[in-house]
Design a protein around this ligand. Structure first.
Ligand code: ASP
Ligand code: MG
Length: 407
């Protein structure tokens, strides 16, 4: 059996943590499994390296930044090999070049294209534990690229897919995926399983346990993933195909405070006005989330949300096009929060929306906007009600305490 294990930066932050992880790897190896390990840079190393570059130049070359950042992961794998060797175990550390991880050429945000290497199977055949640098690859010019912050998860999944591993374990500093952020919802419980699609929604909506792209990749290549803690040794959360698990109407509640509401009133009501407005926003690279429209006899009101960091850009873009779009007023409101209920069983379970609205009504909060997909209902509420609403919705769906979920 071949297993890929990935350990994040906090799991290898210092000598003690490295030895702790070495024990976990050793245990797996001693059970007779073939082990390929992907490591992130230790602790805050990546941030520190970025800081060092920033101290020298405001605008360092992206190629050189990748060259620099890749050293963090290289330190981790070498130290881990030294640790395993000191325990009498055969281990070899390898970087992206040695393995042949080819990526697209975009520095700082490259995508894994292929892992060709003969090297890993050969090393495994010799009985070695293989330690591979996460987060990095080589582009068509032979230069080092990095996969974007948190990209070691993606390295691990790509490796598991390329090698046909039976399981890809992502070790981190939390013990799995929760029904909601435990810092906000006190009754949140750990999920034993979650589907790729649900995980993607939860991740996008703020539960940042896994790198989004890694989940997409796992789904495409059908890689069995498991998120677990390197400290508590508790069974983690398995991320699997939705066909393989019970389809709950709602598995989790996710929240997002990074929401700015924009309300635009146009002094006309003609076909194509929506198209014109959103073309302006798209032209400025502004991502729009929830959209609603109200059409009167001689005016139309369009309301939508953007990320807070795009609020000013949005105002500027709309003001520049005020005449062209016949805009009468523009209002923005940054005191909103988005709360979403997520579950693949939602589509076949009537009444999920009613239940969610009931929970929000009962806790005396008001809904401003609503949007739904097959597996998600999102509402916009006052940011001041965020914690209250998150807890009320979580409670309404009795999350964190069903059989499937262990605390
Ligand atoms: N070391 C990189 C980062 O901090 C990659 C990773 O941790 O996955 O973003
Ligand atoms: Mg890191």
């Amino acid at each position: 059996m071949l297993i890929v294990q990935k350990f994040g930066g906090s799991s290898v932050a210092d000598k003690e943590r490295i030895m702790n992880v070495a024990e976990i790897i050793a245990k797996t190896h001693n059970e007779g499994k073939k082990v390929v390990v992907i490591l992130s840079a230790q602790g805050d190393t990546t941030d520190e390296l970025l800081q060092k570059a920033a101290e020298i130049s405001e605008n360092p070359s992206e190629r050189e930044v990748d060259m620099l950042l890749a050293t963090g992961e290289q330190q981790s794998v070498a130290l881990m090999a030294i640790a395993l060797n000191s325990m009498g175990l055969p281990a070899v550390s390898l970087n992206a070049q040695q393995i042949g991880i080819s990526t697209s050429s975009t520095h700082g945000n490259a995508r894994v294209l292929n892992i060709c290497g003969e090297r890993i199977p050969a090393e495994l055949e010799e009985g070695k534990i293989v330690l591979v640098t996460g987060f990095q690859g080589i582009n068509e010019y032979g230069d080092i690229t990095t996969l974007g912050r948190g990209g070691s998860d993606a390295s691990a999944v790509a490796m598991a897919a390329a090698l046909g591993a039976e399981l890809c374990e992502i070790y981190t500093d939390v013990d799995g995926v929760y029904t909601a952020d435990p810092r906000i919802v006190k009754n949140a419980g750990k999920l034993d399983q979650i589907s790729y699609d649900e995980m993607l929604e939860m991740a996008t909506l703020g539960a940042k346990v896994l790198h989004n792209r890694s989940v997409e990749m796992a789904k495409t290549h059908n890689v069995n993933m498991c998120v677990r803690s390197s400290i508590t040794k508790a069974e983690g959360t398995r991320v699997v195909n939705s066909g393989d698990i019970e389809r709950h109407a709602v598995v989790g509640v996710a929240g997002d405070l990074d929401v700015c509401l924009v309300a635009v009133r146009e002094a006309k009501n003609e076909t194509g006005s929506l198209y014109k407005l959103f073309s302006v926003l798209a032209g400025h690279g502004i991502n729009v989330d929830i959209i609603t429209q109200f059409k009167g006899d001689s005016f139309s009101e369009i309301t939508f949300t953007v990320s807070k960091k795009d609020a000013e850009k949005t105002l500027k873009a709309l003001n520049e096009n005020k005449n062209h779009l016949a805009i009468e007023t523009i209002k923005t409101d940054g005191s909103m929060a988005k709360v979403s209920a997520v579950g693949v069983g939602m589509a076949s379970n009537p009444g999920v929306a009613a239940k969610m609205f009931e929970a929000i009504y009962e806790c005396d909060s008001e809904i401003f906007l609503i949007t739904t997909t097959e597996i998600k209902i999102s509402v916009l509420v006052n940011a001041g009600d965020y914690v209250k609403v998150m807890n009320a919705v979580h409670e309404k769906f009795e999350l964190g305490r069903t059989n499937q979920i262990t605390k």
